[in-house]
Design a binder for this molecule. Structure first.
Ligand code: ZN
Length: 351
């Protein structure tokens, strides 16, 4: 990546080492949905009405589901999930996220991480107040839902040239980036403290196969973030990179858990997630299994990542994917002789 003199890039500053960004630990919050069903539900299920096609006719049904917000450390090789908060019936993801963030200081201490990366959904005054009280800096996606701040920033940036530009090539993708950066915009009427807004305009070029031919394709993207990070230590390009790290997390976190760990498998539907009827009234079963199973999955996910990145010689000698290491482990376990003694047979002298 090369950058102009006014706006050196993240690589030039060497701010992204393995464990920290400018000596700060970064975490990200993101939501995930599990166990959607039209028939089974428990006392903690969320509900929504959806239209589905049944026998060629569109009908409206009540769908039951669960949704949670997870907090995962982004910096470091082992992307540990440190907290998970389930949405309660009738509440929004922003409420659960605020509850999760409020619990962190008691569980880990407020300096367990320094910078939460948040979705636009969480760009709300209570989140900024909590972060200010705990000494966290925030990087939050800025979209139209924070209308006044969004429009003030867009109007301001439209009147002036970019504050910096850079190019970046990563994983077969070539980016041309222009960034705008301003401080001192009031966040909202109920939290008028000044915040900083960074805008990134990106032209992405990547090759795609079209009719058997590899052809370059170009697309335009715009991103905005509101942040409390200071400009000297965290230039606009570093804020941009942090903002994009939240998306990378989705692949390393919930997406990986969904694709490779059976996070959304309906195993709980097969047991005690079906409501029963008493005197004609539907009585939902208590929700006991789901939080426990997901917690065990998150622990296994973190321990496996720790084993692979910190212990596995195979991974160190020949970097491969975590899945490859898991397959090797499975193969080696399946070759082990069975030393399980039949309880009715006499004990073996040596095992
Ligand atoms: Zn349920």
């Amino acid at each position: 990546m090369d950058a102009d003199r006014n706006q050196p890039d993240a690589e030039a500053y060497k701010v992204f080492d393995e464990d920290r960004v400018q000596a700060r630990i970064v975490a990200a919050l993101d939501g995930v949905e599990t166990l959607a069903s039209y028939s089974r539900c428990c006392d903690a299920c969320l509900e929504r009405r959806v239209w589905v096609r049944k026998g060629g006719v569109k009908v409206e049904l009540v769908q039951y589901y669960h949704r949670a917000v997870g907090c995962q450390i982004v910096t470091g090789l082992v992307k540990t999930f440190v907290a998970l908060e389930w949405l309660k019936p009738g509440e929004g993801e922003d409420t659960a996220a605020l509850r999760l963030l409020s619990k962190i200081p008691a569980q880990y201490g407020s300096r367990f991480f320094d910078i939460p990366l948040l979705d636009a959904l969480y760009a709300q005054a209570p989140v900024f107040r909590l972060a200010a009280a705990l000494g966290w800096d925030l990087v939050v996606s800025l979209k139209q839902n924070q209308r006044e701040l969004y429009q003030s920033a867009i109007r301001l940036f439209a009147r002036r040239a970019a504050d910096g530009s850079a190019t970046e090539t990563r994983a077969g993708k070539h980016y041309q980036i222009q960034v705008w950066d301003t401080e001192g915009l009031p966040f909202s009427a109920d939290y008028p403290q000044p915040v900083r807004v960074v805008r990134s305009e990106e032209t992405l070029t990547q090759n795609h196969y079209r009719r058997g031919q590899l052809e370059p394709e170009t697309s335009e993207h715009e991103w905005l973030w509101v942040t409390t990070l200071d400009r000297q230590t965290f230039p606009a390009m570093v804020v941009r990179r942090l903002g994009h790290d939240r998306w990378k997390l989705e692949n390393n976190g919930w997406n990986g858990l969904t694709q490779n760990w059976g996070l959304k498998h309906g195993f709980l539907h097969a047991c005690r997630h079906r409501p029963y009827h008493r005197d004609g009234v539907r009585v939902p079963v208590p929700n006991r299994g789901l939080p426990a199973v997901v917690l065990i999955l998150l622990l296994a996910f973190t321990l496996t990542a720790a084993f692979v990145h910190c212990h596995s010689k195979l991974f160190r000698l020949r970097p491969s994917s975590v899945i490859e290491v898991a397959q090797q482990l499975r193969r080696s376990v399946s070759k082990l002789p069975l030393h399980i003694r039949d309880p009715d047979s006499p004990a073996e002298s040596s095992i």
